[in-house]
Design a binder for this molecule. Structure first.
Ligand code: IPD
Length: 329
């Protein structure tokens, strides 16, 4: 079947559709949270281990989103966390418009009542991230963006959405001044935990005592990859790095972040091979998106001696010189 050609008008329609869908899904997420917290976590199941959680609400939200997409855009492809987990094969990126959805990103937060969970609705088109909507229904905050049209955040206490980043781009001379997003993830094997701990030690630890340390301002773990991307796009976090995420955790966030002037890349090897390419011009995201290793750094202002993009690349290099890397399972 020939790939459907989308027009700029279709892009706008799809973004509005995704924003509305995120809000209706958000109602189900809040309903689920109330049910779980009042039933003493009776509906929480484990996936690959006891810290990789899923609930009937993840499945319910994904079914809702999938059926709304199928009703409105029947010829579009769909990649969803729960559909993938239930045994389907790894879907490859094609030229077709493809929704890429995490129904509840931050499931651990969701089951604990920690209000940092969201729905993440992304879309690939012609193997590139096209649009993203990230909605946290507990705080009623929505990040959204469309390739080439900027990204925004809406807050319940403001009449109008704000263009991202919220504040003008600041400089970031070195990692020592950075607020860094990291996650514990669900891979708790000893070798991986040792490498994570060593990496965290070097990022946060005292330069005078710890070899290769950067002594960043601090480390943060929000517990949701998508919301970490939102924070990077708005300029609240400086860098977010994680090994082990999936395409549905990051697809929406990548669009929102790139539109806010952030720099996005993959593993150490991916960065080495592609560091001189401009991410907004990358034509095939398959390798990066399925690579399970992602790093994103906020927009940085140009200085007389260095372009912001060059500063972003220099800091990613410095970050990768400091941390370890392992295979995601
Ligand atoms: C997870 C969250 C978490 C991150 C994991 C993700 P889920 O998604 O984003 O912060 O550390 O890598 O898989 O399981 O809550 O949808």
């Amino acid at each position: 079947m020939a790939t459907r050609e989308l027009t700029p008008q279709d892009f706008e329609t799809l973004l509005e559709f995704s924003k509305t869908l995120a809000q209706t899904a958000g109602k189900i997420i809040v309903e689920g949270s109330n049910a779980i917290l009042n039933q003493d976590q009776g509906n929480v199941d484990e996936k690959k281990n006891s810290v990789d959680l899923v609930t009937q609400w993840d499945v319910k939200v994904e079914e809702h989103v999938k059926s709304e997409v199928a009703k409105t855009w029947p010829d579009f492809h769909f990649i969803g966390e729960e559909t993938f987990s239930s045994g389907s094969e790894k879907p490859s990126l094609t030229d077709a418009p493809t929704f890429c959805v995490d129904p509840i990103d931050g499931t651990t937060n969701f089951v604990h009542g920690f209000p940092y969970a969201c729905i993440s609705i992304g879309m690939f088109y012609k193997k590139q991230p096209l649009l993203g909507v990230i909605y946290n229904p507990f705080l009623n905050e929505m990040y959204y963006g469309l390739k080439g049209s900027g990204s925004y955040v809406s807050f319940p206490y403001l009449d109008k959405p704000l263009r991202l980043p919220i504040a003008s781009q600041r400089s970031l001379p070195s990692l020592s001044q950075a607020l860094i997003g990291v996650e514990w993830g669900s891979d708790r094997r000893l070798s991986v935990m040792q490498q994570k701990a060593t990496s965290f030690l070097r990022l946060a630890g005292d330069k005078d005592e710890i070899p290769n340390a950067r002594m960043a301002h601090s480390l943060r773990s929000l517990g949701s990859a998508a919301l970490n991307y939102g924070q990077i796009a708005r300029g609240g976090l400086d860098i977010y790095w994680e090994v082990g995420c999936w395409p549905w955790d990051v697809c929406a966030g990548i669009v929102i972040a790139l539109e806010a002037g952030c720099y996005v890349t993959g593993s150490k090897n991916f960065f080495k091979a592609h560091r001189h390419e401009e991410p907004t011009l990358m034509t095939d995201w398959t390798e990066l998106i399925w690579g399970r290793k992602y790093i994103v750094i906020r927009g940085i202002a140009d200085t007389p001696s260095e372009k912001g993009r060059d500063a972003q690349r220099r800091l990613v290099q410095d970050f990768y010189d400091s941390v370890e890397e392992w295979d995601a399972i």
